[in-house]
Design a protein around this ligand. Sequence first.
Ligand code: B12
Ligand code: SF4
Length: 378
Amino acid sequence: MLDLQRCIMQAAMKNTLSRPEQITRRVRAWCRELGFDGVGFAHTRLEKYEARLMEWLDGGMHGEMHYMAAHGDKRSRPAQLVEGTVSVISVRMNYLADAADPWRVLEQPCLGYVSRYALGRDYHKLMRKRLQALATRMERAFGPFGYRAFVDSAPVLEKPLAEQAGLGWIGKHTNLINRASGSWFFLGELYTTLPLPPSAPQSDHCGRCRRCIDICPTQAIVAPYRLDARRCISYLTIELKGSIPVELRPLMGNRIYGCDDCQLVCPWNRFARLSGESDFRPRRGLDGAALLELFGWDERQFRRKLAGSPIRRIGHERWQRNIAVALGNNDYSPDIAAALDKKRDDPSPLVREHVRWALQEMERKRRAPGAPGAKRGD
Ligand code: B12
Ligand code: SF4
């Protein structure tokens, strides 16, 4: 009898607790406990963004990122990626860490600039594990439901979903900005079969500002809200597998992995908060390491020193390609010329070609130290 009563009580509790507003309230509390800095709820209608995605792809702006054009409509139609999805729980996590001043690193051509998001441990696994922990808590409290967790790992339109979920607005530089925290954060999602009430989206607060468009070293933001990835230094140093277009190399300065200029100038990042995650703290002095030291790492050292870092993904060959370009953007220096010369006959054609370009740059600047371009090219 007692058991029956308890059963009835539990069922009644589950019923009340499972009301959508109550689910969202508890999910918010769990997300805070799990270390997310924001959470919101989105429906899955992304028609407006789908049309823009298609325009971007038709313009070839994704370059060699063929995965952006694959998967049919799955990227813009969540239910086609995971059957039965009706709501998306969108989360964000700050990654800005206490690190060397980025402008000072950018001003010193002999140092390598690594984008803020890649200074510490890779975020993918960390965030996915926490999304899984959230789903487990939800299942325990509300009973079984369908879900899948994503962090930059599948055909998902993360920024549009986060925008719909009220986590911020997509700025003219195309990153998501939150009014209270700026844009230095990662995004992740839980696709769910639970019908949850959508959050209210934030409005656009870029106004007449265009600082990101003007500062971009390669002029990759070809119009407000439109980024031509083929020109973006993030694409050139991380995604592009082959040769970096020669005309863009001098514009890259000392940026060897990703680029942050559009976020560094954004006034909303005055409100950015430091991440509470110790995993995102800079490792191996990557927030201001000397190019020559990084160039000296052989493949084993590269793999060992960058274990757990997102940088490892590009491999030693592209790492050297990027550093060679940055070295070539320095004023003439016998030390740099000597380090490059050692790799003039590198077995990798990709590295060889970029090293030879950098050596030519050194030679040009040695002969005419006062000539245009003899100073740093950024
Ligand atoms: C492909 C990709 C890239 C490419 C292309 C970037 C891009 N803008 O698309 C490259 C390699 C260049 C890149 C660079 C970076 N990336 Co990236 N990238 C992605 C990825 C995998 C897909 C993005 C995408 O869907 N692009 C498609 C195009 C069409 O989207 P879009 O340019 O944003 O255009 C949309 C809007 O701008 C809008 N729109 C378009 N036109 C117009 C016109 C008007 C008038 C309006 C109002 C709107 C509008 O609709 C479009 C369709 O949704 C996502 C992860 C994911 N799965 O979503 C991460 C992601 C966007 N990247 C991220 C990061 C951190 C970066 C870098 C900061 C890394 C770095 N420091 O180097 C840079 C930022 C460069 C920049 N200014 O965008 C984060 C962004 C977090 C945030 N706060 O927004 C994401 C979400 C990864 C994550 N899980 O955290 N990235
Ligand atoms: S720099 Fe200005 S225009 Fe660019 S995203 Fe920030 S507020 Fe918007």
